[in-house]
Design a protein around this ligand. Structure first.
Ligand code: SF4
Length: 399
């Protein structure tokens, strides 16, 4: 499915199930299938080979770098609760493998679990405990790596690619699909928010440790285990200055909701290299319906992007993708206008971790965005219209 549009899954629109992806059954929901003989879509509740047996839809949580073309076809009529915070990609099986309806946009093995051995993580944790016994932020990342299974936390202890720098206990938005705080529905957050504000020295210690030991290192503020990093501006700004006082290596990146343009301007002057802005839509009313900002306007987000671009920084959007909405005619038209206006450098395609049927229903309540053109078509058109624009998944090292 893409929004309310049901699509027959064809082999040429699928790829073999990406390594590290997870198959999930959808409780209480009913599978929608295509009856080849009758050329109709049907909701199927019973197993036709054993009518006493109930059937459930199966979805795939694709591994990083794969964009969902469609989400799983399911019927959730009469169900109020939301599905847990995952992305529910469409999946089927071919002659000898499961196949995902997904597109590969980033081949970097940054979060390839086969290259992240547990023993290596544990020995990295032990080393850091020896070297930085009093750094509370490293202790926090130990929980991230060993208990939450966070790939960014693991990469710090494995001295690979990108290190996470969580700093903020609070947020000035209230996203429907927030993975660190859920209050008003049946959902639970995936991990708890950090419970202290690290010092600039604790942040700088981790960053310099990573930058001095990792080729093409990236260090990033704004992680899943915190609120909005701009609310911790008072420690981030001096931390960036300490890092840049001691090295010009590595890329310092900020994953953010970009709600505070003045703070963004100051961080860029302090030495920030890149900013990734989370957006479910580039249209204000749809943005508000998902992010539910508490104390800022959509115009603040746009002003932050302009402030970073004015200082020649690398700006990408963390584009939360849901087939049926993201590839709708009106969203695509607005996205092209947005890229034209702000000349962003990159789109990081992120499958939205939220109940897709419920999400599309909430978005269509705002306004009808028109029918889907297909995620493949969207990326093709953007590549044609904006050849400089990078499509990917991970925060790049800027060298
Ligand atoms: S901006 Fe991030 S931390 Fe804040 S509510 Fe949204 S997902 Fe949660």
């Amino acid at each position: 499915m893409s929004g309310n549009t049901r699509v027959v899954l064809k082999k040429d629109k699928t790829v073999p199930l990406p390594h590290g992806s997870e198959l999930m059954m959808l409780p209480q929901r009913k599978p929608i299938v295509y009856n080849i003989v009758k050329d109709t879509f049907e909701t199927m509740e019973q197993n036709p080979f054993n009518l006493k047996e109930k059937l459930f839809p199966v979805a795939v949580f694709n591994s990083p770098g794969y964009v969902n073309r469609h989400f799983c076809a399911y019927d959730d009529a009469g169900i109020k609760d939301f599905l847990p915070l995952f992305a529910y990609g469409a999946v089927g099986f071919g002659k000898n493998n499961f196949r995902s309806a997904a597109l590969l946009v980033d081949t970097e093995p940054r979060q390839d679990l086969r290259q992240m051995p547990h023993e290596g993580i544990v020995s990295g944790v032990n080393q850091m405990q020896q070297k930085y016994p009093d750094n509370r932020l490293i202790r926090h990342l130990e929980t991230c790596a060993l208990h939450y299974g966070c790939p960014a936390g693991k990469n710090f202890f494995l001295k690979r690619y990108e290190a996470p720098l969580p700093t903020s206990m609070v947020c000035n938005a209230n996203c429907l699909g927030c993975i660190s705080l859920q209050t008003d529905n049946n959902l639970c957050a995936c991990q708890d928010r950090i419970r202290f504000t690290p010092t600039p020295e604790e942040i700088a210690q981790i960053s310099l440790e990573h930058i001095s030991n990792v080729k093409n290192a990236v260090v990033s503020f704004g992680q899943g285990c915190e609120g909005e990093p701009l609310t911790a501006f008072k420690v981030i700004e001096p931390a960036i200055r300490r890092i840049r006082d001691r090295t010009d290596q590595g890329t310092i990146n900020l994953n953010t909701n970009a709600s505070l343009p003045h703070q963004v301007d100051v961080l860029c002057r302090a030495g920030l290299d890149a900013m990734r802005v989370s957006l479910n839509s580039v249209r204000e009313t749809f943005y508000q319906a998902y992010f539910r900002p508490r104390s800022y306007q959509f115009s603040d987000v746009l002003n932050s992007i302009q402030a970073a671009k004015n200082q020649g920084k690398f700006v990408s959007i963390n584009y939360l993708n849901c087939p049926g909405f993201t590839d709708s005619h009106k969203e695509v038209a607005a996205l092209k206008h947005f890229i034209e206006t702000f000349k962003i450098n990159m789109i990081q395609w992120r499958n939205l971790n939220f109940d897709p049927q419920k999400y599309c229903a909430i978005m269509s309540k705002v306004e009808d965005s028109g029918s889907p053109i297909g995620m493949g078509a969207v990326i093709r058109q953007l590549s044609d219209d904006f050849p400089e624009l990078i499509h990917g998944y991970f925060n790049p090292y800027l060298g």
